[in-house]
Design a protein. Structure first.
Length: 276
């Protein structure tokens, strides 16, 4: 399948793509656009991801795409903190709303693709693919990884993050349309089922995990649909300035340590998969 560049600067496939709201509500993209560059969780995650990428990236890896990347927070961060390392850096998402929002913040050299993760129809196009907090929303995570496998060149990397450990399941997972949380063994199983080699897997957000557990221990009761949506927006909004600053410092201090030490648990888990 070929992709054609349209007047909005978005590469679109021959077959129209429909965004699946049951997996991720498009209404959340506005909140995401406004806070992803400052919220402590995104700041810490991006630093941790960049450290992992630098460990595994090869000189031959020249093209990269963030699939299911929403409004482009990771692509923007990567373009700013790790410039000139890719001949093409791209954002892929099924949502036109997300892609148009991303165009406002991304550098002009970043490519935008409207893509169905279940049918990307690329054959050995990319050197690096990111799936960051995506597959926990999707009923068929195996098929998504198989599509990524077909889309990668031999020796290419698939970098995945997801919420970690069912022990941390909370009402927020329900509200956010999560279907599961993952552990390292789950990543090993996915690698075997899809042909990848799992070359690295580790938990992160370890230091803040007790606070995370306490903050989501008690589930609000008897909320209407509108109240649930408001609760999700509140959960995902950045906290007050000084609280956000303190939490950012804690998470940022953990990020370099997490490259050298494997924490026994965390609220998120990273997997680095390599296509043979």
């Amino acid at each position: 399948m070929s992709y054609t560049l349209d007047k909005d600067g978005i590469y679109r496939p021959e077959t129209p793509v429909a965004h699946r709201n049951e997996e991720y509500q498009e209404s959340g993209f506005t909140t995401l656009l406004n806070m992803q560059s400052k919220h402590f969780w995104y700041v810490g995650r991006h630093k941790f991801l960049l450290g992992s990428l630098k460990k595994h990236l090869k000189e031959s890896h020249k093209t990269a795409i963030d699939l299911g990347g929403g409004v482009g927070g990771w692509v923007k961060y990567l373009s700013e903190k790790f410039p000139h390392n890719f001949e093409e850096i791209a954002l892929g998402d099924s949502s036109e709303v997300a892609l148009i929002g991303a165009r406002k913040i991304l550098p002009k050299e970043a490519s935008l693709y409207q893509v169905d993760l279940m049918a990307t129809n690329w054959k050995e196009k990319w050197d690096v693919i990111f799936l960051l907090d995506v597959i926990e929303h999707c009923p068929d995570d195996i098929s998504i990884l198989k599509q990524a496998y077909e889309s990668l060149k031999p020796g290419g990397l698939l970098i995945v993050t997801t919420p970690a450990l069912m022990y941390f399941w909370s009402y927020n997972d329900d509200y956010s349309n999560h279907l599961r949380r993952y552990n390292i063994s789950d990543y090993g199983r996915l690698a075997k089922l899809t042909g990848f080699n799992l070359i690295d897997a580790r938990y992160f957000m370890f230091f803040l995990s007790p606070l995370y557990w306490l903050s989501r221990k008690t589930k609000p009761k008897n909320l209407s649909k509108e109240e649930v949506e408001n609760a999700v927006q509140k959960e995902h909004a950045a906290p007050s300035r000084w609280v956000n600053f303190l939490l950012s410092k804690i998470f940022s201090a953990e990020s370099p340590m997490g490259q050298y030490f494997k924490f026994p648990w965390g609220t998120s888990v990273l997997g680095v998969f390599e296509k043979p």
